[in-house]
Design a protein around this ligand. Sequence first.
Ligand code: ZN
Length: 457
Amino acid sequence: MTARHHGSTLKNSCRTCSLLGLAILWMVAFAAPTLWPQATGSPKFHVDSNRLQGTLEKLSEFGRNPEGGVTRTGFSETDMAAREYVIGLMKQAALEVRVDPAGNIFGLRAGSEKLPKLLFGSHIDSVLHGGNFDGDVGSMGAIEVMRALNDGSVKTRHPLEVVIWTNEEGNHFGVGTLGSGMAAGTLGPEILDRKDGQGLTLADWLRRYGQDPSHLTDARIPRGALAAFLELHIEQGAHLDESKIPIGVVQGIVGIKRWQCVVTGFANHAGTTPMNRRKDALAAASRELLVVREVVRAETGHQVGTVGYLRAEPGAVNVIPGRAEFPVELRDLEASKIDRMWERMKVRFTQIDKEENVETRCTALDKSDPAHADPALQAAVRDAAKSLGLATMDLPSEAGQDSQEIAKIAPMAMIFVPSRDGISHSPKEFTSWQDVANGTEVLYRAVLLLDDRLNRK
Ligand SMILES: [Zn+2]
């Protein structure tokens, strides 16, 4: 774009300049891309970007939605078909394929020494009206790494294994990171009888996937069985895209704590109750939800806090609300910061209660602990990116990931690539093919660095 504009401006001024302009245009358009890499010694990619793009495009046909993304929820016909495609790719890459009782798909490539496995991969299920990159990049990227290793006849000390975790998004059965949770032992047979909208249980679906649910606990991966787990994934946020940094080194997956708050006031006549005698639960709750935002914003860092809704009762135009209810959700990489913010909020809630003459009671709901990435693995990712001349940014994953489950049983790290405008869980989700290739090459190099560095006597 810049070169073309340059050329036409010069053309208007004189003929010689016009030729000069054309020469510059030619150099920028043709000469530079071919000569430059040699001149600067640009590192060679081992992964094949076109082949990778081909597999991602093929995968995007399974469950394509009208908006161009996919609706491929875990435990569905489309997911099943996509899994067959992935298994075919693994076999083509000469991997030894097995599916565990939770439906997780593994593809093994032997190592030269008797060592724990280096595992890497992601998920291929999507949310309803999802996109073509969440999970898919890390899944197809992992298989591409294996193909590239085969192309180069690379031998590794550790056995390498690709994994495609089952039902990460959890749209079906309402349980996210289902396959990895079962591998980590945080989920088990207690959810097998859970029914979906069609009246099918999780056990029914596992049977459809060719598994025997009575052996579900065999999906557990014992501690020590994995040397490491690496996951390549799109960021799903905008930190990398905004900073124009191609690789994110994930520090960990944020913890989440949720509370349900009920404000009790007194429902009374909206006309006959003077302003100073009201116990307006909705007015108090409104002030409280703004406190959530203020307290979270007052801290430096990536923490976030959300009030997802506010309900008031009785909900009539001429009645002062006597009861209001809202949830509070806080996320951060440090559990102590979440707790500190919550303590501050509670102090402010008590103050508002006094001023508004109401009572606020909050009860803790579910929580998930932060999962920290392993420093040695993060260093390998950073070094891999550096060897390619790619800038990195350390950042947390603000979305839930399979990696947070596997962190409970093995050292874990994640590689993030930019999401355009931070959009994900949408057909508009987009990561450029260059960024996909960059992330996959970083995965390739990180795997080899770890193969070299880990389990040395
Ligand atoms: Zn994902």
